[in-house]
Ligand binder design. Structure first.
Ligand code: IPD
Length: 266
């Protein structure tokens, strides 16, 4: 199936899922369970939104695989797999901060970010209705208009976004990196939704984003969107992004920032 048709499926389903998440938020929500640590939470809305996405995707593409944050992996037979974060930014969502997203990507190959090739991806903030999209080789867009990474800037002029792991030992190390980096850049942002952090690099709203401990569903769609917008999105030493490390930025800014982070910690 052509990539733009895959994107249409992803966008249509992401819009419906976003509407459901937004509706559930107005009805009041509670933490349903904790996951990897006491601060890693899931709400019933996360589960319900993922169930909706899964059933709509399986109706549209019954032979494809599915890999979702809340319900895990289900291999298909077509060679394509849908990578889904039903509500990225669950903590923002819980607190009523209108900055969370539905993220859906379709990838070819094993559902492993070290080897997969993303074909189409969509990230939507249901509250602002901003819709970031991309297809492999087809460019990236925000609401249908092409987007591009910001021009290269010196690190001292860079607005850098980051995120924190749910693991407390990793958080302590991340805090130390931020303490060192803060005086080297224009400023730091911790907005709480990794998929949107990456899309903000893609659209030039920030100069860079980096994080450790990120899961595949948090960055599958965003990585394609940012790359199609001209950004480098990489892990350590220019490898594929992984749980160890992800950095998205204009290629020249990425080099400088990785060097600075390495000197501080890695
Ligand atoms: C989290 C958010 C956050 C990032 C965490 C992610 P979730 O995703 O994207 O910004 O810092 O690493 O786990 O748990 O809200 O889907």
């Amino acid at each position: 199936m052509p990539h733009d048709e895959l994107l249409t499926i992803a966008s249509t389903i992401a819009l419906r899922a976003g509407e459901l998440a937004k509706k559930r938020r107005t009805e009041g929500i509670e933490v349903a369970a904790t996951k990897s640590s006491p601060v890693d939470i899931v709400t019933e809305a996360d589960r319900e939104t993922e169930a909706l996405i899964r059933s709509l995707l399986m109706d549209a593409r019954p032979d494809d695989g599915f890999f979702g944050e809340e319900s895990g992996a289900d291999p298909g037979s077509s060679g394509l797999t849908w990578i889904v974060d039903p509500i990225d930014g669950t903590v923002n969502y819980l607190y009523g901060i209108p900055h969370y997203a539905v993220s859906i990507a379709v990838v070819e190959g094993e559902p492993d970010p070290l080897t997969w090739s993303a074909l189409a991806g969509v990230v939507i903030n249901p509250v602002t209705t901003e819709l970031f999209t991309a297809t492999l080789g087809g460019g990236a867009a925000l609401g249908g208009a092409a987007i591009h990474v910001a021009e290269s800037v010196d690190l001292s002029q860079a607005l850098v976004a980051t995120g924190f792991s749910y693991d407390s030992a990793t958080r302590a190390e991340q805090g130390a990196v931020i303490a060192g980096l803060l005086s080297m850049v224009r400023d730091i942002r911790r907005m709480g939704t990794a998929s949107l952090d990456i899309c903000f690099v893609a659209s030039g709203r920030t100069n860079a984003y980096f994080e450790r401990g990120l899961s595949p569903w948090d960055h599958a769609a965003g990585t394609l969107i940012a790359r199609e917008a001209g950004a480098t999105v990489a892990g350590l030493d220019g490898g594929a992004p992984s749980r160890d490390f992800i950095l998205a930025a204009h290629p020249a800014v990425a080099l400088e920032l990785e060097r600075a982070i390495r000197a501080l910690a890695l």
